[in-house]
Design a protein around this ligand. Structure first.
Ligand code: SF4
Ligand code: SF4
Ligand code: FES
Length: 255
């Protein structure tokens, strides 16, 4: 018996927002692609890459998008699929309404087609020193111990893949605002509770007390509901808000 493992269903219609460079006016192109079993959106884009011909039969350029881990860990394939920010590698075609509409995220500069520049999030992680300082590159042995409860919270927070779904949904985040957004605030919480990361806690809090920091959060609360990793962003925002208040008071009285 012959089995090609594909074409079990009707072809799929995919509408892709195209843009050749950051300043180009976006346009849509529609493609008809064969259905394959367990197909995800990333595979749809691969089909188009192999045969970049629109439904009208016009030859076009292959669609550009970012991809890396293919297992919902790196966040690089995040795009707007049928109106919702999610990962192309983990979104299954069979769960989506057709035609499938694929667009780039709206809060970052679009470089080309579905590729966006998420470096702002990484810059904000740097600004808030969202890392654990180590002295040199030699092995330091086991670090200080975490309380078990803290360890669980920290693990949950560490699952953030800087995908940007939360900032896409956040009404306070965007090109016109300096707000660092919920993902970075959550990493501030994470590194502030780390036994070694704590050493920079004051500095981190002072950064998020400034413009673009915690007070820019308007508490719209949509960020937490869209996070694919179910990171408790509202708890993180509450913890950082409380800590900044305490820090402000203690520095005031400490003067
Ligand atoms: S907090 Fe969630 S939605 Fe936001 S960047 Fe991290 S993983 Fe993505
Ligand atoms: S609570 Fe609202 S304003 Fe604050 S970070 Fe989340 S979505 Fe943005
Ligand atoms: S490729 Fe890494 S999350 Fe999709």
């Amino acid at each position: 018996m012959e089995s090609h493992g594909h074409s079990t269903n009707a072809p799929i219609s995919v509408r892709v927002m195209r843009r050749d460079n950051p300043d180009a006016t976006p346009r849509y192109e529609v493609f008809q692609i064969p259905h394959r079993q367990n197909m995800n959106v990333h595979m749809c884009l691969l089909e188009i890459q192999e045969n970049p011909v629109t439904v009208e039969g016009t030859k076009t350029t292959p669609v550009a998008w970012d991809v890396n881990c293919l297992e919902e860990v790196c966040g690089s394939c995040t795009m707007i699929i049928n109106g919702r920010a999610r990962q192309a590698c983990s979104t299954l075609v069979d769960t989506l309404e057709k035609p499938i509409t694929i667009e780039p995220m709206t809060k970052f500069t679009v470089l080309r087609d579905l590729q966006v520049d998420r470096s702002r999030m990484f810059e904000d992680l740097k600004k808030t020193k969202s890392w654990v300082p180590i002295d040199g590159t030699h092995a330091l042995g086991a670090g200080p111990r975490y309380a078990q409860d803290d360890q669980l919270v920290s693990y949950t927070l560490s699952r953030c893949m800087t995908c940007g779904c939360c900032v896409e949904a956040c009404p306070q985040y965007g090109p016109g605002s300096a707000f660092i957004g919920p993902a970075v605030l959550s990493q501030v919480r994470r590194f502030n509770m780390h036994p070694t990361g704590k050493l920079n806690k004051g500095e981190r809090l002072e950064t998020v007390m400034g413009s673009g920091g915690i007070t820019d959060c308007g508490s719209a609360q949509v960020c937490a509901s869209v996070c694919p990793k179910e990171i408790p962003l509202l708890d993180s925002i509450a913890v950082v808000a409380r800590d900044t208040t305490i820090h402000a008071l203690t520095s005031w009285f400490g003067k």
